[in-house]
Design a binder for this molecule. Structure first.
Ligand SMILES: Cc1cc2nc3c(=O)[nH]c(=O)nc-3n(C[C@H](O)[C@H](O)[C@H](O)COP(=O)(O)OP(=O)(O)OC[C@H]3O[C@@H](n4cnc5c(N)ncnc54)[C@H](O)[C@@H]3O)c2cc1C
Length: 410
């Protein structure tokens, strides 16, 4: 990790490890996100812009334009990551009256342009992250009512997926609040049915392990794919909307969420899943572990490696964390590969997948567009203060190690 990044990580993690500073920053960021005032809009008020960028944005976000984002992607790949996931920040939260201006059609068109612009910044094997709510009120209304995607939305999605397929960039659909999720699942299954064919998996759906109903939902995805002969891409997360979600849908405590997450991973890596017929061939499946939890990442990777070593059936596994979060987990994965290379373990091209395939997930957009994304990162840290403190201790240790070694060299 470059020294500049280390120092910035140290500063942000210090802020996030203080419950008082975190409690203070969330309401301020919410005001900044939704206020109609010029003064509170960081895209218009240059002083606020510098402040938000300097404190949080530069740590968690990739940039405000293609040039800045390109620089961030290059630096991630130079550090050894296999690829990146890039998303455009615009989104709508249920109950927040912040619809962008213009007719519904114009808003979908703006979203499509932003998404295609994002796609153009990516290469083969990277991922484009899409938030369906980003397409604005017409999509939100259809999703809330459980309807099919409106024709203008379907056209936009088709254009985006066709372009992704052409350049071999994969595409994942983010999971959002439950009021939208039934439709997001249905729309995404339709895309998988169309694009995940002939052994290729282009489209991934996001499944949230904190929901009690997720194992049943995964079995539904897999059974449909098995019956109809298409492939499933699953990005597995724990879930980020606990603060605003119907609480009874979510596991009663965090331990149950951990057990659910790790159990789903073990089943998927074994190509078996409760509720999916074992009489027929298991569908083509690829798994992306999107988590900052070191234990889940470690367990998932070790199970997968062991199954491969023993010649047991398994699936393609990739792992990723958000930019600015759990850097020691991400860098640990990159290091495993670097140690394998420097130990002279020759790995032929066909076996490249023995490596833990490590990704960083980046978000780009104007400072204001990214504020809700930043709020979720801050809230997430508030929910796991012990871990944030452990990150802080790890970063301090690394800084001290570097200081001592440069003094010794000097
Ligand atoms: C690359 C990437 C992409 C992501 N994309 C999405 C996405 O599309 N949609 C989405 O919703 N989230 C997404 N997330 C966020 C994710 O859902 C988690 O909020 C976040 O990663 C923290 O979970 P963790 O696996 O890192 O584990 P930990 O930090 O160990 O677990 C914290 C999580 O446990 C759960 N939890 C906390 N308290 C309780 C409780 N009392 N009862 C039950 N469960 C509890 C919550 O889900 C909480 O986020 C993404 C995360 C990453 C790394």
């Amino acid at each position: 990790m470059p020294i500049r990044m280390l120092l910035r990580s140290l500063m942000i993690t210090w802020i996030l490890s203080s419950p008082r500073l975190v409690s203070l920053s969330v309401p301020i960021m919410n005001r900044i996100s939704y206020s109609p005032s010029w003064f509170l809009n960081p895209d218009r008020n240059p002083i606020l812009h510098r402040l938000v960028r300097g404190i949080f944005y530069n740590h968690f976000c990739a940039g405000e334009n293609a040039k800045e984002v390109d620089g961030t992607i290059k630096s991630m790949k130079k550090m050894g990551f296999d690829g990146v996931i890039l998303g455009y920040a615009r989104e709508i939260l249920a109950g927040k009256d912040v619809a962008p201006s213009g007719s519904s059609k114009e808003i979908v068109e703006q979203w499509k342009r932003g998404t295609l612009e994002t796609l153009a910044m990516l290469g083969p094997e990277d991922f484009l992250a899409i938030k369906m709510t980003g397409a604005g009120p017409i999509a939100v209304k259809a999703m809330t009512k459980g309807e099919l995607p409106p024709p203008v939305m379907l056209e936009a999605l088709t254009e985006i997926c066709d372009q992704a397929s052409k350049q071999n960039t994969r595409l994942w659909i983010d999971a959002e609040q439950q009021v939208f999720q039934r439709s997001i699942d249905a729309w995404t299954i339709d895309l998988m049915r169309k694009y995940n064919r002939s052994g290729k998996i282009l489209i991934y759906n996001t499944l949230q392990a904190y929901l009690k109903g997720t194992p049943k939902n995964i079995a539904h995805h897999l059974s449909l794919a098995q019956k109809e002969g298409w492939g499933v891409g699953i990005k597995l997360v724990r879930g980020a909307y606990i603060m605003i979600e119907e609480r009874q849908l979510i596991h009663d405590n965090i331990e149950d969420t951990h057990v659910a997450y790790n159990g789903i991973v073990q089943n998927l890596l074994s190509r078996k899943f409760p509720g999916v017929s074992e009489a027929e061939e298991f569908p083509n499946l690829q798994l992306f572990l999107a988590s900052h939890n070191a234990e889940s990442v470690q367990r998932g990777y070790e199970t997968w490696r062991e199954r491969r070593r023993r010649g047991l059936p398994t699936i393609k596994l990739e792992i990723g964390q958000l930019q600015g979060m759990a850097d020691e987990v991400s860098c640990g994965l990159v290091q495993i590969r670097q140690q394998m290379s420097s130990a002279g373990i020759a790995i032929p091209n066909a076996e490249k997948e023995w490596y833990p395939r490590a990704f960083k997930c980046l978000c780009w957009g104007s400072t204001r567009e990214c504020v809700q994304f930043l709020v979720r990162r801050v809230v997430e840290n508030r929910g796991s203060l012990d871990r944030t403190k452990a990150w802080l201790a790890g970063l301090k240790k690394e800084l001290m190690r570097r200081v001592k070694s440069s003094v010794r060299l000097g």
